[in-house]
Design a protein around this ligand. Structure first.
Ligand SMILES: *Cc1c(COP(=O)(O)O)cnc(C)c1O
Length: 456
């Protein structure tokens, strides 16, 4: 096999590792995040060729470049085919403005794309090495269910999910708590950031070394790589043949895993004019982008796009690194990024709940487009960008906005705003009748540690 691509830590104090090591570790030992030493490039000819390929074939061509020397092609394509057995609708809204619906997976959120691939890759490497892992993950709603579903029933992996009791919807909760088997769920009277902080403390605790902990949060490089693929996929399906063009892409963002997929896609050669990072009222990133000064928001603000209630995006350190800077895990900047370049490639906007609701209403009124709160933040970001840049607001300009969850996951809000009940996708049917299993945990590290030591 060829020499492996190596991965470095954004804190620059840990040894470089291979993909499988980075995947099984999650966080680097210096608390940094892993990034590939060099970014694979995809040529315009290859991108044109993607128009003729299935999703799984595009996924194979992209993912394989990050796993050089780490897995046989045949094994990899098997895992990918098995992970991506659902549709990815590209819904035309008007002119060449599209919504990409990433909500057809088993838990009806875009997180299925990453979780399903990561689960399969982890199982592959664990089996090979005859090892076991305990996955600890904090969720603001969708990660927990996507990860729990993707890893449910795997032999070598146990899952423990922490969630903030009042920040997830009933449906989101039931998607995690009705599984059982190798999946355990803990409810905390806390915020998502508190749950994340407990998980991080456990990782750093030498008393827990014996547990072989890993993370399935978007800090794991195994979550990131699969999220590059659908950007290329959408472009390959929507681009005009024999034309050189650049797309404008809008991503509703919280922990920035999704948008990092987009940034990596751009760095690999995807022709993107602007990547729009739309946040909810947690506006630490747009402020940073335009001032160069970063201040996290503590505690994070509660918005209706609850999976994006993040006051300090855990992937931000990766973005800063890709633009030549260095940010540590606490959000301190040790070396400034090239902010001018960043502003050139990215646009960022914070969308209030009022605007989110207005967007859901208007999108339905004007285009019969059904958005849920997260996708509405992205769409509102795109609309604002086009308004502010009339020179790009052209009929022919290709624009793609990501819809990250199925509207049926937010039935009350949608019903209230546009008076329809979005039909439940098959994957969410029957949840109400299932038994829930979960335990309560106080929001403090000592209790969490004792729980871990008692149960694993
Ligand atoms: C997690 C999530 C997001 C935010 O994605 P990040 O990768 O954390 O930026 C957006 N929408 C939905 C529905 C999500 O579940």
């Amino acid at each position: 096999m060829e020499r492996s691509l190596l991965y470095y830590s954004t804190n620059l104090k840990a040894d470089k590792v291979t993909f499988s090591q980075a995947l099984l570790k999650g966080l680097a030992p210096d608390k940094g995040l892993y990034l590939p030493e060099s970014i694979p490039l995809i040529s315009p000819a290859d991108i044109s060729h993607y128009s003729k390929l299935h999703y799984y074939e595009i996924a194979f061509d992209i993912i394989r470049r990050f796993l050089i020397g780490e897995i046989d092609d045949e094994d990899l394509i098997g895992l990918i085919k098995d992970a991506y057995d659902f549709l990815i609708p590209l819904e035309k809204v008007f002119d060449r403005k599209y919504v990409m619906r990433l909500d057809q997976g088993p838990t009806a959120s875009f997180k299925d794309f990453a979780a399903r691939m990561m689960g399969r890759l982890m199982q592959y490497y664990l089996k090979k090495e005859n090892k076991k892992l305990l996955i600890l993950t904090a969720t603001s709603g969708d990660t927990g269910s996507a990860v729990a579903n993707a890893f449910y029933g795997l032999d070598n992996i146990q899952i423990l999910v922490l969630f903030p009791r009042s920040e997830v919807t009933e449906r989101q909760r039931k998607q995690m708590t009705t599984l059982g088997k190798n999946v355990r769920i803990l409810a905390l009277d806390a915020k998502f950031d508190d749950c994340q902080s407990l998980v991080k403390q456990a990782f750093a605790d030498p008393d827990l070394d014996y547990l072989d902990l890993s993370s399935a949060n978007s800090i794991n490089i195994g979550r990131l790589v699969p999220q590059i693929v659908y950007y290329f996929y959408a472009f390959s399906r929507l681009r005009l043949e024999n034309h050189q063009e650049e797309a404008i892409i809008a991503v509703p963002s919280g922990n920035f895993g999704d948008m990092m997929g987009g940034v990596l896609a751009m760095k690999m050669g995807l022709p993107v004019r602007k990547l729009i990072i739309a946040t909810n009222e947690n506006d630490e990133f747009p402020k940073y982008l335009y001032s160069g000064e970063y201040k996290k928001i503590e505690p994070s603000r509660n918005c209706i796009s609850s999976a994006m209630n993040v006051g300090h995006p855990s992937n931000l350190a990766r973005l800063v690194a890709l633009f030549g800077g260095m940010m540590d895990e606490k959000g301190e900047i040790h070396k400034p990024a090239d902010m001018e370049l960043m502003r050139n490639e990215l646009y960022s906007v914070s969308i209030s709940d009022i605007r989110t609701r207005e967007t859901i209403r208007k999108a339905y009124q004007n285009y019969k487009l059904v958005l849920e709160p997260h996708g509405a933040v992205g769409w509102a970001g795109l609309m604002e960008y086009l308004e502010k840049n009339p020179e790009l607001n052209l009929k022919d300009q290709l624009c793609i906005s990501l819809e990250t969850a199925h509207p049926a996951k937010f039935p009350e809000e949608i019903q209230k705003l546009i008076g329809i009940e979005p039909p439940l996708p098959k994957s969410l049917e029957g949840l109400d009748d299932k038994h829930e299993f979960y335990e309560d945990l106080p929001n403090n590290y000592q209790d969490f540690k004792e729980y871990l030591m008692a149960h694993f």
